[in-house]
Design a protein around this ligand. Structure first.
Ligand SMILES: Cc1ncc(COP(=O)(O)O)c(C=O)c1O
Length: 420
């Protein structure tokens, strides 16, 4: 047995692997004499073994690393996908908005009700059906309106807030869209009260009425027959944690205008514009969007009007700026001077005014009064809900819930238990 390493052994290891293999191959060749390499057989076997093992180890290491990176890539992709779907659903975001997002996905917890109103009848909710090829489905020939009802546990009463004004707006929408409404305001109120009582609702609700052209396989210009749906559904706050507020962006989509798709009317088709802006905002990591008109001036959010506070005064765009004539907006025009002794200024708002505003908030029947905490990642004020926003919101909630003795004419009690 050899007791020392042959000098050729170290020499051969100083060569690259492919040369080592060649030498080994050569030495095993029947045409060459092994002695030519000058080593005994044991050395060759040891060298072969180590070369073989080092190649195996290299292979294993390479495979392990590629498996590791593969798994890592897979996890990252899954995370990206999850974040994409979550942000589309408004569940999370990125950057400033993601860290502080309220994850406000509207109407996430929906309860069912037993009854719905369809074409003059109150029928079981599950049995309501319309033909999928009617004109409304094909050409979005429908208009609607929506309002809220607030449950007051002390009064044991459900108050519908400014229902008459919402139904009057519905009739104005119908007139502009040339859609017939088969009912008067009084008839609609009476059907709605009957529906809520049938469902026995004793909690906060959100209601809507939809007028739609129900011609089966109808044409673009069909106007009859008309369908009417009315629903009253339990609903708490629209945003999951509306008291904290929203991180918004200015959308790259522009608001539809009175010249093409009048935003003054509440037509289902208008919400295509709202969806584009809202979905993009959520996808980009914001909670919601503020939409500018073609002139670059601020209009509103996808489903709510907007107020800012500058120099202590509330400012909101005029009704001619491409917005829905909001009932909540109108309510605040009255509440601000009455409750906070501040007149609302109705004027155009520039985009950059959003960045320097002291406060900003959205308002609407669904969204109620929801503070805006940042726009395009610039904090509004100190980045918290502003004092005037909080005061007007408190006044609004006290009013709509029937806890303040003013503007009782705006509240319609459903059960009329107290005779108020
Ligand atoms: C586009 C749009 N703007 C504003 C509003 C707020 O209107 P209102 O206060 O009458 O609910 C809504 C509410 O549905 C809306 O959809």
């Amino acid at each position: 047995m050899p007791t020392s390493v042959h000098p050729e052994t170290t020499k051969i290891y100083s060569h690259p692997l492919w040369i080592r293999c060649l030498v080994i191959k050569e030495s095993f060749s029947p045409h060459k004499k092994r002695e030519k390499a000058g080593f005994p057989d044991e050395y060759w076997l040891t060298i072969c073994f180590f070369v073989f093992m080092s190649n195996i180890l290299k292979l294993v290491a390479r495979k392990t690393m590629s498996l590791y990176y593969g798994v890592l890539r897979c996890i990252k992709q899954m995370d990206r996908n999850a974040r994409f779907f979550a942000s589309v659903a408004g569940i999370s975001g990125s950057g400033l908005a993601r860290k502080r997002s309220i994850r406000g996905f509207p109407m996430i917890e929906k309860k069912k009700v037993p009854f719905i109103f369809l074409n003059g009848e109150i029928i079981p909710f599950e049995e309501a059906g319309i033909h999928p090829l009617n004109t409304a489905m094909k050409y979005a020939s429908s208009i609607y309106d929506a309002w809220r009802g607030y449950w007051n546990p002390e009064h044991g009463e459900l108050y519908l807030f400014r229902l008459r004004e919402h139904l009057e707006r519905l009739l104005r929408s119908a007139k502009i869209a040339q859609i017939q409404c088969p009912y008067s305001v009084e008839e609609m109120i009476s059907h709605h009260l009957e529906l809520i009582r049938s469902n026995g609702l004793r909690e906060d609700i959100h209601s809507r009425i939809i007028l739609f052209v129900d011609a089966v396989d109808g044409g673009l210009y069909s106007t009859t027959p008309m369908g009417v749906v009315m629903a009253a559904m339990p609903l708490g706050r629209y945003f999951k944690d509306e008291s904290r507020g929203l991180h918004c962006c200015v959308s790259s989509w522009r608001r539809i205008s009175d010249e093409d798709m009048p935003p003054r009317i509440k037509a289902a088709a208008n919400y295509h514009n709202s969806r584009l802006a809202g979905l993009q905002a959520r996808h980009d990591g914001y909670d919601d969007a503020i939409i500018l008109g073609r002139d670059g001036k601020v209009t509103e959010g996808p489903g709510y009007t907007l107020f800012i506070i500058r120099d202590g005064f509330p400012i909101t765009p005029p009704v001619t700026s491409g917005i829905l004539e909001g009932v909540t907006r109108d309510t605040l025009l009255i509440l601000f001077p009455e409750v906070l002794s501040r007149k609302v200024i109705e004027r155009e708002i520039d985009r950059t005014e959003l960045y320097v505003a002291e406060e900003a908030f959205f308002c609407g029947s669904g969204a109620e009064i929801t503070p805006i905490l940042s726009v395009d990642r610039r904090p509004i004020g100190d980045g918290n809900p502003g004092p005037l926003t909080l005061q007007i919101r408190d006044a609004y909630f006290a009013l709509v819930r029937g806890n303040r003795d003013f503007h009782r004419e705006w509240l319609l009690p459903v059960y009329d238990t107290t005779g108020r």
